[in-house]
Ligand binder design. Structure first.
Ligand code: ADP
Ligand code: MG
Length: 363
Protein backbone atom coordinates (compact mmCIF):
# COMPACT_ATOMS: atom_id res chain seq x y z
CA UNK A 1 0.00 0.00 0.00
CA UNK A 2 1.15 3.53 -0.77
CA UNK A 3 1.96 5.71 2.22
CA UNK A 4 0.35 8.79 0.69
CA UNK A 5 -1.69 9.54 -2.39
CA UNK A 6 -2.55 13.01 -3.64
CA UNK A 7 -5.27 12.72 -6.27
CA UNK A 8 -6.09 15.59 -8.65
CA UNK A 9 -5.62 18.26 -5.99
CA UNK A 10 -6.78 21.75 -6.94
CA UNK A 11 -6.92 24.97 -4.98
CA UNK A 12 -7.97 28.50 -5.86
CA UNK A 13 -7.42 31.69 -3.90
CA UNK A 14 -9.54 34.70 -4.82
CA UNK A 15 -10.54 33.00 -8.05
CA UNK A 16 -6.93 32.39 -9.04
CA UNK A 17 -5.83 28.80 -9.66
CA UNK A 18 -2.80 28.12 -7.48
CA UNK A 19 -2.77 24.30 -7.55
CA UNK A 20 -4.15 22.64 -10.68
CA UNK A 21 -4.87 18.94 -10.62
CA UNK A 22 -1.78 17.69 -8.82
CA UNK A 23 -1.46 13.91 -8.43
CA UNK A 24 1.43 11.91 -7.01
CA UNK A 25 2.06 9.17 -4.51
CA UNK A 26 4.69 8.22 -2.01
CA UNK A 27 6.01 4.83 -0.90
CA UNK A 28 6.69 4.12 2.77
CA UNK A 29 10.04 5.66 3.77
CA UNK A 30 10.40 7.49 0.47
CA UNK A 31 11.66 11.08 0.20
CA UNK A 32 10.02 13.26 -2.44
CA UNK A 33 11.16 16.80 -3.24
CA UNK A 34 8.69 19.23 -4.77
CA UNK A 35 10.68 21.83 -6.65
CA UNK A 36 9.57 24.89 -8.58
CA UNK A 37 9.93 28.66 -8.84
CA UNK A 38 8.60 31.08 -6.26
CA UNK A 39 4.80 31.31 -6.33
CA UNK A 40 4.34 28.04 -8.24
CA UNK A 41 2.13 26.52 -5.51
CA UNK A 42 4.64 24.40 -3.54
CA UNK A 43 3.68 25.59 -0.05
CA UNK A 44 -0.02 25.42 -0.92
CA UNK A 45 0.40 21.79 -2.05
CA UNK A 46 2.11 20.94 1.24
CA UNK A 47 -0.60 22.75 3.23
CA UNK A 48 -3.29 20.78 1.38
CA UNK A 49 -1.58 17.55 2.43
CA UNK A 50 -1.09 18.78 5.99
CA UNK A 51 -4.75 19.78 6.21
CA UNK A 52 -4.18 23.51 6.78
CA UNK A 53 -6.04 24.12 3.53
CA UNK A 54 -9.06 22.33 2.08
CA UNK A 55 -8.82 21.39 -1.61
CA UNK A 56 -11.51 22.74 -3.96
CA UNK A 57 -11.20 19.45 -5.78
CA UNK A 58 -9.32 16.19 -5.29
CA UNK A 59 -8.39 13.89 -2.44
CA UNK A 60 -5.58 13.12 -0.02
CA UNK A 61 -5.17 9.53 1.15
CA UNK A 62 -2.84 8.39 3.91
CA UNK A 63 -2.52 4.60 3.73
CA UNK A 64 -6.15 3.37 3.74
CA UNK A 65 -7.54 6.56 5.26
CA UNK A 66 -9.06 9.43 3.32
CA UNK A 67 -7.84 12.69 4.89
CA UNK A 68 -9.30 15.22 2.46
CA UNK A 69 -12.00 14.97 -0.16
CA UNK A 70 -15.62 15.83 -0.79
CA UNK A 71 -17.38 15.88 2.57
CA UNK A 72 -14.27 14.94 4.48
CA UNK A 73 -11.56 16.97 6.17
CA UNK A 74 -9.41 15.49 8.91
CA UNK A 75 -7.84 18.36 10.92
CA UNK A 76 -4.02 18.66 10.79
CA UNK A 77 -3.46 17.49 14.38
CA UNK A 78 -5.38 14.26 13.72
CA UNK A 79 -3.56 13.30 10.52
CA UNK A 80 -0.52 11.67 12.12
CA UNK A 81 1.80 13.70 9.89
CA UNK A 82 4.77 15.71 11.18
CA UNK A 83 5.71 19.18 9.88
CA UNK A 84 8.83 21.28 9.79
CA UNK A 85 8.24 24.81 8.53
CA UNK A 86 10.63 27.29 7.01
CA UNK A 87 10.88 29.36 10.20
CA UNK A 88 10.96 26.30 12.55
CA UNK A 89 8.32 27.95 14.80
CA UNK A 90 9.91 26.73 18.05
CA UNK A 91 8.32 27.90 21.30
CA UNK A 92 10.73 30.56 22.61
CA UNK A 93 9.69 30.13 26.25
CA UNK A 94 10.26 26.36 26.26
CA UNK A 95 13.59 24.56 26.48
CA UNK A 96 14.73 22.22 23.74
CA UNK A 97 13.37 19.30 25.77
CA UNK A 98 10.11 21.17 26.38
CA UNK A 99 9.73 21.90 22.67
CA UNK A 100 10.24 18.27 21.74
CA UNK A 101 7.93 16.88 24.49
CA UNK A 102 5.20 19.38 23.63
CA UNK A 103 3.55 17.47 20.81
CA UNK A 104 3.65 14.06 22.51
CA UNK A 105 0.22 12.93 23.53
CA UNK A 106 -1.22 9.84 25.17
CA UNK A 107 1.95 8.98 27.07
CA UNK A 108 2.87 9.30 30.74
CA UNK A 109 5.18 12.19 31.69
CA UNK A 110 7.98 9.70 32.08
CA UNK A 111 7.44 8.08 28.67
CA UNK A 112 7.24 11.48 27.00
CA UNK A 113 10.53 12.43 28.50
CA UNK A 114 12.16 9.17 27.45
CA UNK A 115 10.92 9.56 23.90
CA UNK A 116 12.10 13.20 23.75
CA UNK A 117 15.55 12.20 24.98
CA UNK A 118 15.65 9.44 22.41
CA UNK A 119 14.99 11.80 19.47
CA UNK A 120 17.35 14.45 20.82
CA UNK A 121 20.01 11.78 20.84
CA UNK A 122 19.05 10.87 17.28
CA UNK A 123 19.58 14.46 16.10
CA UNK A 124 22.72 14.86 18.23
CA UNK A 125 21.35 17.46 20.66
CA UNK A 126 21.39 15.58 23.97
CA UNK A 127 23.76 18.13 25.50
CA UNK A 128 21.45 21.00 24.54
CA UNK A 129 18.24 19.71 26.13
CA UNK A 130 18.10 22.48 28.74
CA UNK A 131 18.86 25.36 26.40
CA UNK A 132 16.31 27.78 24.98
CA UNK A 133 15.91 28.26 21.22
CA UNK A 134 17.66 31.66 21.22
CA UNK A 135 20.75 29.98 22.70
CA UNK A 136 21.11 27.71 19.66
CA UNK A 137 22.56 28.18 16.18
CA UNK A 138 20.29 28.06 13.13
CA UNK A 139 21.35 24.51 12.32
CA UNK A 140 20.66 23.37 15.89
CA UNK A 141 17.23 25.02 15.88
CA UNK A 142 16.51 23.24 12.65
CA UNK A 143 17.37 19.91 14.25
CA UNK A 144 15.13 20.68 17.26
CA UNK A 145 12.26 21.31 14.85
CA UNK A 146 13.02 17.99 13.19
CA UNK A 147 13.23 16.20 16.57
CA UNK A 148 9.86 17.67 17.54
CA UNK A 149 8.32 16.47 14.28
CA UNK A 150 9.85 12.98 14.66
CA UNK A 151 9.02 12.51 18.36
CA UNK A 152 5.50 11.10 17.82
CA UNK A 153 7.02 8.64 15.30
CA UNK A 154 5.02 9.80 12.27
CA UNK A 155 5.31 7.74 9.09
CA UNK A 156 5.44 10.96 7.10
CA UNK A 157 6.85 14.40 7.67
CA UNK A 158 6.42 17.51 5.55
CA UNK A 159 9.31 19.95 5.23
CA UNK A 160 8.83 23.42 3.71
CA UNK A 161 12.18 24.91 2.61
CA UNK A 162 13.70 23.54 5.82
CA UNK A 163 17.27 24.57 5.08
CA UNK A 164 16.74 27.95 3.46
CA UNK A 165 17.78 30.03 6.46
CA UNK A 166 21.08 28.17 6.91
CA UNK A 167 24.28 29.35 5.24
CA UNK A 168 25.72 27.27 2.40
CA UNK A 169 28.15 25.06 4.36
CA UNK A 170 25.76 24.32 7.21
CA UNK A 171 22.93 23.74 4.75
CA UNK A 172 24.77 20.90 3.07
CA UNK A 173 25.79 19.14 6.28
CA UNK A 174 22.36 19.58 7.92
CA UNK A 175 20.72 18.25 4.76
CA UNK A 176 22.88 15.14 4.83
CA UNK A 177 22.15 14.58 8.53
CA UNK A 178 18.42 15.02 8.07
CA UNK A 179 18.40 12.63 5.13
CA UNK A 180 20.26 9.98 7.09
CA UNK A 181 17.92 10.38 10.10
CA UNK A 182 14.87 9.98 7.85
CA UNK A 183 16.38 6.89 6.24
CA UNK A 184 17.48 5.45 9.58
CA UNK A 185 13.98 5.80 11.03
CA UNK A 186 12.20 4.79 7.81
CA UNK A 187 10.22 8.04 7.82
CA UNK A 188 8.71 9.17 4.54
CA UNK A 189 9.09 12.86 3.69
CA UNK A 190 7.89 15.49 1.27
CA UNK A 191 10.24 18.44 1.07
CA UNK A 192 9.50 21.65 -0.76
CA UNK A 193 12.44 23.60 -2.14
CA UNK A 194 13.35 26.03 -4.93
CA UNK A 195 17.00 24.86 -4.85
CA UNK A 196 17.73 22.37 -7.62
CA UNK A 197 20.94 20.99 -6.10
CA UNK A 198 19.16 20.46 -2.79
CA UNK A 199 16.33 18.58 -4.49
CA UNK A 200 18.69 16.45 -6.61
CA UNK A 201 20.84 15.40 -3.66
CA UNK A 202 18.19 15.04 -0.95
CA UNK A 203 15.32 13.23 -2.61
CA UNK A 204 14.62 9.74 -3.91
CA UNK A 205 12.22 11.31 -6.39
CA UNK A 206 11.62 14.83 -7.62
CA UNK A 207 8.37 16.48 -8.65
CA UNK A 208 8.84 19.63 -10.74
CA UNK A 209 5.97 22.08 -10.38
CA UNK A 210 5.22 25.05 -12.61
CA UNK A 211 2.25 27.38 -12.19
CA UNK A 212 0.43 24.86 -10.03
CA UNK A 213 0.95 21.88 -12.36
CA UNK A 214 3.38 19.00 -12.09
CA UNK A 215 5.55 18.96 -15.23
CA UNK A 216 7.52 15.83 -14.38
CA UNK A 217 8.01 13.35 -11.54
CA UNK A 218 10.94 10.96 -11.47
CA UNK A 219 14.24 9.92 -9.94
CA UNK A 220 16.82 12.73 -9.79
CA UNK A 221 18.97 11.21 -12.57
CA UNK A 222 15.92 10.64 -14.74
CA UNK A 223 14.60 14.18 -14.38
CA UNK A 224 18.06 15.72 -14.84
CA UNK A 225 19.18 13.60 -17.79
CA UNK A 226 15.80 13.12 -19.43
CA UNK A 227 13.80 16.28 -18.77
CA UNK A 228 10.35 16.04 -20.31
CA UNK A 229 9.94 19.73 -21.10
CA UNK A 230 12.11 22.80 -21.83
CA UNK A 231 11.04 24.21 -18.46
CA UNK A 232 12.29 21.16 -16.55
CA UNK A 233 15.51 21.10 -18.58
CA UNK A 234 16.27 24.72 -17.75
CA UNK A 235 15.01 24.72 -14.19
CA UNK A 236 17.27 21.87 -13.09
CA UNK A 237 20.45 23.34 -14.54
CA UNK A 238 21.91 25.02 -17.56
CA UNK A 239 21.14 23.58 -20.92
CA UNK A 240 21.36 24.30 -24.63
CA UNK A 241 18.03 24.06 -26.40
CA UNK A 242 18.63 23.07 -30.00
CA UNK A 243 16.16 22.58 -32.84
CA UNK A 244 16.50 19.58 -35.10
CA UNK A 245 14.80 17.44 -37.72
CA UNK A 246 14.34 13.94 -36.30
CA UNK A 247 14.23 10.69 -38.25
CA UNK A 248 13.88 7.89 -35.74
CA UNK A 249 16.80 7.61 -33.33
CA UNK A 250 18.73 10.47 -35.01
CA UNK A 251 18.18 14.16 -35.72
CA UNK A 252 19.90 16.58 -38.06
CA UNK A 253 21.02 19.67 -36.15
CA UNK A 254 23.55 22.48 -36.58
CA UNK A 255 25.88 20.32 -34.47
CA UNK A 256 25.63 17.45 -36.93
CA UNK A 257 23.45 14.35 -36.97
CA UNK A 258 22.97 13.43 -33.31
CA UNK A 259 21.73 10.25 -31.65
CA UNK A 260 18.55 10.80 -29.61
CA UNK A 261 17.46 9.43 -26.23
CA UNK A 262 14.19 8.28 -27.78
CA UNK A 263 12.62 7.86 -31.18
CA UNK A 264 11.18 11.02 -32.72
CA UNK A 265 10.02 12.24 -36.13
CA UNK A 266 9.86 15.72 -37.63
CA UNK A 267 10.75 19.01 -36.01
CA UNK A 268 11.94 18.58 -32.45
CA UNK A 269 13.44 20.62 -29.66
CA UNK A 270 16.50 18.98 -28.09
CA UNK A 271 18.29 19.57 -24.79
CA UNK A 272 22.07 19.30 -24.55
CA UNK A 273 23.65 19.98 -21.17
CA UNK A 274 26.84 22.10 -21.26
CA UNK A 275 28.81 19.19 -19.75
CA UNK A 276 27.66 16.99 -22.64
CA UNK A 277 29.48 19.17 -25.17
CA UNK A 278 33.23 19.44 -25.68
CA UNK A 279 35.61 21.78 -27.46
CA UNK A 280 38.14 20.68 -30.09
CA UNK A 281 40.84 22.51 -32.07
CA UNK A 282 39.48 24.64 -34.94
CA UNK A 283 40.71 22.28 -37.67
CA UNK A 284 38.46 19.46 -36.35
CA UNK A 285 35.22 18.45 -38.05
CA UNK A 286 32.07 19.92 -36.60
CA UNK A 287 30.35 23.21 -35.88
CA UNK A 288 32.92 26.02 -35.79
CA UNK A 289 32.66 28.91 -33.38
CA UNK A 290 34.49 31.50 -31.39
CA UNK A 291 34.85 31.73 -27.62
CA UNK A 292 33.07 34.86 -26.38
CA UNK A 293 33.17 34.14 -22.65
CA UNK A 294 35.23 32.01 -20.29
CA UNK A 295 34.04 31.46 -16.68
CA UNK A 296 36.41 29.75 -14.28
CA UNK A 297 34.45 27.91 -11.55
CA UNK A 298 37.35 26.24 -9.74
CA UNK A 299 36.33 22.64 -10.42
CA UNK A 300 35.43 23.32 -14.06
CA UNK A 301 35.28 25.90 -16.81
CA UNK A 302 32.25 27.14 -18.71
CA UNK A 303 32.63 28.69 -22.15
CA UNK A 304 30.17 30.59 -24.29
CA UNK A 305 30.81 29.84 -27.92
CA UNK A 306 29.26 31.91 -30.70
CA UNK A 307 28.55 30.08 -33.96
CA UNK A 308 26.67 30.95 -37.11
CA UNK A 309 23.80 28.96 -35.57
CA UNK A 310 23.61 30.77 -32.27
CA UNK A 311 25.51 30.69 -29.00
CA UNK A 312 26.25 27.52 -27.03
CA UNK A 313 27.31 26.95 -23.45
CA UNK A 314 30.04 24.32 -23.05
CA UNK A 315 31.38 23.03 -19.74
CA UNK A 316 34.84 21.46 -19.80
CA UNK A 317 37.45 20.17 -17.39
CA UNK A 318 39.39 22.81 -15.45
CA UNK A 319 42.46 22.36 -17.68
CA UNK A 320 40.83 23.37 -20.98
CA UNK A 321 43.31 25.72 -22.71
CA UNK A 322 40.90 27.93 -24.66
CA UNK A 323 40.78 31.70 -24.22
CA UNK A 324 38.28 34.36 -25.28
CA UNK A 325 38.58 35.14 -29.00
CA UNK A 326 39.95 31.74 -29.99
CA UNK A 327 38.33 29.58 -32.66
CA UNK A 328 37.08 26.13 -31.67
CA UNK A 329 34.84 23.32 -32.83
CA UNK A 330 31.94 22.06 -30.71
CA UNK A 331 31.36 18.34 -30.46
CA UNK A 332 28.52 16.49 -28.74
CA UNK A 333 29.53 13.69 -26.36
CA UNK A 334 26.12 12.34 -25.27
CA UNK A 335 22.75 11.54 -26.76
CA UNK A 336 20.47 14.54 -27.23
CA UNK A 337 17.32 14.61 -25.13
CA UNK A 338 14.07 15.03 -27.05
CA UNK A 339 11.83 17.48 -25.21
CA UNK A 340 8.11 16.89 -25.27
CA UNK A 341 7.19 20.00 -27.15
CA UNK A 342 5.43 20.03 -30.48
CA UNK A 343 7.08 22.28 -33.03
CA UNK A 344 5.32 23.35 -36.20
CA UNK A 345 6.97 23.85 -39.57
CA UNK A 346 8.16 27.32 -38.59
CA UNK A 347 10.06 25.67 -35.77
CA UNK A 348 12.58 24.45 -38.29
CA UNK A 349 14.70 27.59 -38.06
CA UNK A 350 17.84 26.07 -36.64
CA UNK A 351 18.54 28.64 -33.99
CA UNK A 352 19.47 27.33 -30.59
CA UNK A 353 17.69 29.17 -27.86
CA UNK A 354 20.44 30.49 -25.70
CA UNK A 355 20.23 28.81 -22.33
CA UNK A 356 20.73 31.19 -19.48
CA UNK A 357 20.71 30.18 -15.84
CA UNK A 358 17.21 29.69 -14.44
CA UNK A 359 15.81 33.12 -13.69
CA UNK A 360 13.56 31.85 -10.94
CA UNK A 361 15.58 30.38 -8.13
CA UNK A 362 14.39 32.47 -5.23
CA UNK A 363 11.77 31.65 -2.61
P1 ADP B 1 5.41 28.73 -3.41
O1 ADP B 1 5.48 28.04 -2.09
O2 ADP B 1 5.68 27.83 -4.58
O3 ADP B 1 6.28 29.94 -3.46
P2 ADP B 1 2.67 29.31 -2.65
O4 ADP B 1 1.97 28.02 -2.63
O5 ADP B 1 3.08 29.88 -1.34
O6 ADP B 1 3.91 29.22 -3.65
O7 ADP B 1 1.76 30.40 -3.36
C1 ADP B 1 1.27 30.24 -4.66
C2 ADP B 1 0.37 31.41 -4.99
O8 ADP B 1 -0.78 31.41 -4.16
C3 ADP B 1 1.02 32.76 -4.77
O9 ADP B 1 0.63 33.62 -5.80
C4 ADP B 1 0.45 33.20 -3.44
O10 ADP B 1 0.41 34.61 -3.37
C5 ADP B 1 -0.94 32.63 -3.46
N1 ADP B 1 -1.43 32.31 -2.11
C6 ADP B 1 -0.89 31.42 -1.25
N2 ADP B 1 -1.61 31.35 -0.10
C7 ADP B 1 -2.63 32.23 -0.25
C8 ADP B 1 -3.74 32.63 0.59
N3 ADP B 1 -3.92 32.09 1.80
N4 ADP B 1 -4.58 33.56 0.10
C9 ADP B 1 -4.41 34.10 -1.13
N5 ADP B 1 -3.40 33.77 -1.98
C10 ADP B 1 -2.52 32.85 -1.55
MG1 MG C 1 6.62 28.46 -0.36
Amino acid sequence: MKLLRAVELSKRFDGQHVVRGISFDLEAGEILAIIGPSGSGKTTTLRLIAGFERPDHGEVWFEARKLSGPGRHVPPESRGIGFVFQDYALFPHLTVLGNVTFGLKGLSARERRRRAEEVLDLVGLTLFARRYPHELSGGQQQRVALARALAPKPKLILLDEPFSSLDAGLRESTREEVRSILKQTGTGAIMVTHDQEEALSFADRIAVIREGRLEQVGRPEEVYHHPATPFVARFLGNTNLVRGLAHGRFADTPLGTLPLDKEAWGHVLLSLRPEHLELLPPDSRGLKGQIVKRSFKGHDLTFKVRTEHGTYRVQTGYRAPWQVGESVVIRVREVAVVLGEKLDESGSAEIPVEAGPPTHREG
